[in-house]
Design a protein around this ligand. Structure first.
Ligand SMILES: Cc1ncc(COP(=O)(O)O)c(C=O)c1O
Length: 373
């Protein structure tokens, strides 16, 4: 097969959803994980959803292919095994673990459980919306509290909004879209002061990317028996966004209420993938290192373009482009680069995900072109 034939074949296989072959091909193509766009050989530079283009790791692909036959079974046994593995990792009892279809399902289940019957929620603005819009759909009221000037959670203002109707306080830490991280002591104090009035939900989707040494997960407070729920995901550092698997950690009584509110659940292959991903320490480190490299490139270029940005504890960077984000999104798309959606009221800011070096270089050169710098 010559190079062009091979590339066309690869593309056909990949676009046709030929998972098994795609996994095999990627193993042949490169010893280090190859980013998706290099495998597909075309398509947009997709930096709009904070995905990890290097996943699933080769070990995960192998595990899925090897166990594909189990697709005819319900996944109860495997789910239980994964709950036990997660429980050991997080050092909680298995009854504290709720595996979900992406962490989105966990966020929505919590929004439902605490938002029904006129329950009120408190959240930052802007922040990750999945729980909030879902709860609103079912009649909850969400108090949206603006971020501070430095785009951190304004915990004092959030505390002032707590009333007898407040059921849940949503804290996305690090926050999406700002990428900011709360001071660990400040967050713990906030929880100690308020968790008797409302459950505090700590969304830790980006926890693995935090660069502050020994930054604590709020799972620590779950272990202390506090009124806290933590969500985590396999979509980011493990690169499994398309497989839809995440989990919640909470006190067993809270966990069992949340478990009852799940609707989609996850699936056999995602469970097997998550198990293999947790064992693949090499890919985990690789993902973090790639993310740091890509972020350093983005920072350097934004500095050179004199565009303000926030040092991020995630796999994306929030920057002030100086133009309305709507037209910026369009002009970047004309140059084949997809960037994050608008985050009102910060409409002259834009969010860019990290990707492979080729992708972030394509982003910065398109941005220079659009802004004429
Ligand atoms: C803060 C935050 N939480 C949760 C999610 C949902 O991720 P998933 O449903 O893929 O686990 C995302 C996705 O981007 C996110 O940014």
């Amino acid at each position: 097969m010559n190079t062009t034939d091979r590339r066309n074949w690869l593309r056909t296989v990949a676009l046709g959803g030929g998972f098994t072959l795609l996994g095999g091909v990627s193993a042949m193509a490169a010893p280090a994980p190859a980013p998706l766009r290099r495998i597909l050989a075309e398509g947009p530079v997709k930096l709009n959803s904070n995905e990890n283009p290097f996943g699933p790791s080769q070990a995960v692909r192998n595990a899925m292919v090897r166990q594909m036959d189990l697709g005819c079974r319900y996944p109860f046994q495997q789910l239980y095994a994964l709950e036990k593995i997660i429980a050991a990792k997080e050092e909680v009892p298995a009854s504290s673990v709720v595996v979900t279809g992406g962490s989105t399902e966990g966020l929505q289940a919590a929004g439902l459980v605490y938002g029904l019957q006129g329950g009120e929620l408190i959240a930052a603005d802007p922040t990750f919306q999945s729980m909030l819009t879902y709860a609103e759909y079912f009649g909850a009221y969400v108090h949206r509290v603006p971020l501070t000037e430095s785009l951190h959670h304004d915990l004092e203002a959030m505390q002032r909004h707590i009333t007898s109707k407040t059921r849940l306080i949503f804290i996305c830490n690090p926050n999406n879209p700002s990428g900011t991280l709360l001071d660990a002591g400040q967050l713990k104090d906030f929880i100690y002061a308020n968790d008797q009035r409302a459950v505090v939900f700590s969304d830790e989707a980006y926890y693995d990317y935090i660069t502050v040494p020994d930054y604590p997960s709020m799972v620590e407070l779950v272990k202390e028996g506090r009124n806290v729920i933590v969500s985590k995901t396999f979509s980011k550092v493990y690169g499994l966004a398309g497989l839809r698997i995440g989990y919640l950690i909470a006190r067993p009584d809270i966990a069992s209420r949340l478990r009852e509110a799940l609707m989609a659940n996850t699936n056999m292959l995602a469970i097997l993938a998550a198990q293999a991903a947790l064992e693949d320490k090499e890919f985990y480190q690789f993902s973090i290192a790639q993310n740091e490299k890509a972020k350093a490139h983005i920072y350097g270029e934004l500095e050179a373009m004199k565009l303000p940005f926030i040092k991020s504890h995630t796999n994306f960077v929030f920057f002030k482009s100086g133009m309305e984000v709507g037209p910026l999104i369009e002009r970047m798309a004309d140059r084949n680069v997809q960037i994050g959606r608008p985050f009102p009221p910060l409409t002259d800011w834009a969010r860019i995900s990290t990707g492979s070096m080729e992708e972030v270089q394509a982003f910065t050169s398109a941005l220079r072109d659009v802004l004429n710098t």
